[in-house]
Design a binder for this molecule. Structure first.
Ligand code: NBG
Length: 821
């Protein structure tokens, strides 16, 4: 007889029981004396119980129905906190709050116990997290694969205004969301050498021998969609040594030595590389990439083999694999190795399967971010894969390239998978395009530039393989969870369906003209500003008024994103306030959040400069409340959730052509923060949606940037021609802000002597003018609130549900598979 299942109902009383049971039987704590953290863990576990059943159901149904599944391979997932998201998505928020309330606990206070799961650097990792949410929400069969980093992105602190990094031990105390799956452990090979052997029929076979082995232990994190019973999983691999002890050394009495290999093996999943958009070519990083790719492919192949008795040619009909940037691109030669070396398929058949299986998303045009691995390193770590890459390359250059451009060695040089100038390197971007049936950019402008510039020759060869899929964000986390007040007002006004069909937000449009609606919308914004003001007070010790304009730039610190252009405007305003104390200037708070890669010297200099200017401005009695500058430390998902609903103005000021898409721009616009931005990335499409009268666009366009560079850009011309600009730069690089004129010379040199690579000086005046327009507009509060409402109403396009459904239709050919109760 099957025992009755335990009570996993969704009522307040069932939840109460579950929480108490977990407190007592999982955590060994008494209700009376349990710590706040115990309560948080017990609550997460009670929710997890309810979610796991659906995860099992989803997996079983996907297997039984034999549908194609998508496997999302990403080195980064910036998940943030999970409890509130899971509660709101599963509709359990109110009953859980009530259950805890009856036991004298405040759910909202418990939410703060959760450490952010910060396994990513920035936009790319957060996009992967939004995609996981959408995949479950729209009922697509999917698995996310990544690395179970012991340390996520570093914790940032400021000491005397300078960034200091600390390790982020997010799972020191474990995590209630993750479940180990030891029965799906995988073994991965590395290093060694390749020998030629012959099989029974006399066919040559390559064998990879004398390798080092590494184990991958999978951890599953359930992903709860909104109002759907699909629960997909995020499967993260932890590296382990293949034997706990080296017994020989152990027997010789060297106990500590015996554990050395174990420690080395475990470093592979120890820490996330803290670089956003750039790569450093480190061996450990290549090992990380291969480790998680090999584990994931072995897992996918295992599922194909146990699930079906189908020929290999059917593999792509069961498995789509998406490469999130080039980081997992080694999956292409790895699948070739499995098919050719291990399964004995003919090369051409294997190559066809590869191309049908893989698709690649490019996330950047920055030349320094295009991954290349030195051939010698690659050969040492993955000797067989290098041979395979060489063979792919040879067949490609002598085949399609020669056919299209006979005898053209320049074309061959540009399309080759191997860069030959200044040492030999494997070009992972070229490998990714060639091994995939689809390559996409992440915003219309970015895709156009991919086709016209970065991959122009590939585009000429295979035009049908390129497409645009503009990024999106999940409106659950970025509105429903982070701004429940606005979410409730929207639902009250236009009904609830917008949560699954974001285009319906357009129905808010007419309400922008309703003064009563405007007043409620404005009050919600102000309430969030009060909350943020308190955070600013606590974190930065600066008092700010919620009636000031909150001007926000939150994103990684990078020269191309131009936080230093923002700083030039701030210093210009500071001077104007001193020169002209009675000018009619609406008080403003400039709010920054950004981490710099620990080795990125200039980015750190910019952080220091912003903090130094902040310290002066905030304490200058002549300025008073007119201008405040704050840099909130340790920017992360959970902090973004507090800043975004409180923002009035969204800074999206990258040099045109540099920001592939941006997704913070979408989150801020959705929460009624008006954009001041260049025509870059998805800003272009945001302008199309909200209308040019509801956004502040400034600066050079991509074409103008190209023209200016062609003609020869000299920042000194702008410096000498613009007195305000000159005074501003001279002031920043004087001893005024820190007492030491040397401090910000690196910033000054970059802007002047080193040619201002991101054209801050060229865009300065246009930016300052746009900021003046912002000031004038903000003074007309009715107009401003109207514009804000129209932003909320018109950005439905940027829901990641739309993006994911486009991937499903245009790239993966996936069916939606609803899961029953
Ligand atoms: C980033 C881009 C952003 C984009 C995200 C997500 C990388 C390599 N690229 O503009 O800089 O929004 O990817 O697509 O991190």
């Amino acid at each position: 007889m099957t025992p009755a299942p335990c009570d996993l109902g969704n009522s307040k009383d069932s939840l109460k029981n579950s929480i108490i049971n977990h407190l007592r039987f999982t955590l060994g704590a008494y209700v009376e004396s349990a710590s706040k953290n115990d309560w948080w863990v017990a609550t997460c576990l009670a929710i997890r119980d309810r979610v796991m059943d659906h995860a099992t159901k989803s997996r079983t149904l996907h297997r039984q129905s034999g549908v194609r599944r998508v496997h999302y391979l990403s080195l980064e997932y910036l998940m943030g906190r999970l409890l509130e998201n899971n509660l709101r998505n599963s509709g359990l928020y109110e009953s859980t709050k009530a259950a805890l309330g009856e036991m004298g606990k405040d759910l909202d206070a418990l939410l703060d116990c959760e450490p952010d799961m910060g396994l990513g650097n920035g936009g790319l990792g957060r996009l992967a997290a939004c995609f996981m949410d959408s995949l479950s929400t729209v009922n697509l069969p999917a698995i996310g694969y990544g690395i179970h980093y012991e340390f996520g992105l570093f914790r940032q602190e400021f000491v005397n205004g300078k960034q200091v990094e600390h390790p982020d031990a997010w799972m020191r105390d474990g995590s209630p969301w993750k479940i180990a799956r030891p029965s799906y452990r995988q073994t991965v090979q590395l290093y060694g050498r390749v020998v030629q052997k012959f099989d029974d029929c006399g066919h040559p076979r390559s064998e990879w021998v004398e390798t080092k082995a590494l184990l991958g232990l999978p951890w599953d994190i359930p992903i709860v969609g909104y109002d759907s019973h699909t629960v997909n999983v995020l499967r993260l691999w932890q590296a382990q040594a293949d034997e706990d002890f080296n017994f020989q050394v152990f027997n010789e009495g060297s106990y500590v030595e015996a554990l050395r290999d174990k420690a080395i093996a475990e470093t592979v999943s120890k820490v996330l590389y803290p670089n956003d958009s750039t790569e450093s070519g480190k061996e450990l990083r290549l090992v990380q990439q291969y480790f998680f790719v090999a584990c994931s492919l072995a897992d996918i192949v295992r599922r194909f083999k146990v699930g079906y008795t189908l020929p290999w040619s059917e593999f792509p009909s069961k498995a789509a694999i998406q490469l999130n940037d080039t980081h997992p691109a080694v999956a292409i030669p790895e699948l070739m190795r499995i098919l050719v070396d291990l399964e004995g398929l003919p090369w051409n058949e294997a190559w066809k399967i590869c191309q049908e299986t893989f698709a690649y998303t490019n996330h950047t045009l920055l030349p320094e971010a295009l991954e290349m691995w030195s051939v010698s390193l690659f050969e040492r770590v993955l000797p067989r894969h290098l041979q395979i890459i060489y063979q792919i390359n040879q067949l490609f250059l002598e085949g399609d390239v020669e056919a299209k451009w006979p005898g053209d060695s320049e074309k061959k040089r540009s399309l080759s998978l191997i860069e030959e100038r200044g040492g030999k390197y494997v070009r992972m971007a070229n490998l990714s395009v060639l091994g995939s049936h689809a390559t996409n950019g992440v915003a219309a402008l970015h895709t156009r530039l991919l086709c016209e510039r970065l991959f122009a020759d590939f585009y000429a060869l295979y035009p049908d393989r390129f497409l645009n899929l503009t990024n999106g964000i999940t409106f659950r986390r970025w509105l429903d969870v982070c701004n429940p007040q606005l979410s409730a007002l929207i639902t009250e006004t236009i009904g609830e369906s917008w949560k699954k069909n974001a285009d319906l937000l357009r129905n808010l449009d007419p309400h922008a003209d309703d003064p009563a609606f405007r007043a409620r919308y404005a009050k919600i914004k102000r309430d969030h500003k009060v909350v943020l003001a308190k955070i600013i007070e606590d974190e930065c010790g600066v008092t700010v008024s919620p009636d000031a304009l909150f001007d926000v730039q939150i994103k990684r610190l990078h020269e191309y994103k131009r936080q230093h252009l923002n700083l030039l405007n701030i210093v210009t305003l500071y001077r104007e306030i001193l020169d002209n104390p009675n000018a009619d200037f609406h008080p403003r708070v400039f709010i920054f959040g950004a981490k710099a890669a620990p080795g990125y010297f200039l980015a750190k200099n910019i952080i220091h400069a912003i903090n130094a200017v902040a310290a002066k401005v905030n304490n200058d009695p002549r300025v008073g409340d007119k201008l405040k500058v704050v840099f909130l430390p340790n920017y992360r998902v959970s902090l973004a959730e507090k800043i975004i609903p409180a923002s009035d103005l969204s800074e999206q000021i990258s040099t045109a052509g540099k920001e592939a898409s941006g997704t913070g721009n979408m989150k801020l616009a959705l929460n009624g923060s008006l954009t001041i931005g260049t025509l870059d990335g998805a800003n272009v499409e945001i302008e199309e949606e909200v209308g040019s009268e509801n956004i502040f666009i400034f600066g050079l366009t991509v074409e103008e940037v190209t023209e200016l560079r062609a003609k020869g850009y000299n920042p000194w011309d702008y410096y000498w021609a613009n007195e305000k600009l000159r005074n501003t730069i001279d002031w920043i690089s004087s001893d005024y802000f820190t007492g030491n004129a040397e401090e910000f010379q690196p910033l000054r040199r970059s802007l002047l002597d080193h040619g201002d690579p991101y054209l801050c000086l060229a865009d300065y005046q246009s930016y300052v003018d746009a900021q003046a327009k912002v000031d004038a507009t903000y003074k007309d509060q009715d107009k401003w609130v109207k514009m804000a409402i129209l932003n909320t109403a018109r950005v439905g396009k940027f829901s990641s549900d739309r993006t994911i459904l486009q991937y499903a239709e245009k790239v993966w050919n996936l069916p939606q598979v609803p899961i029953g109760e």
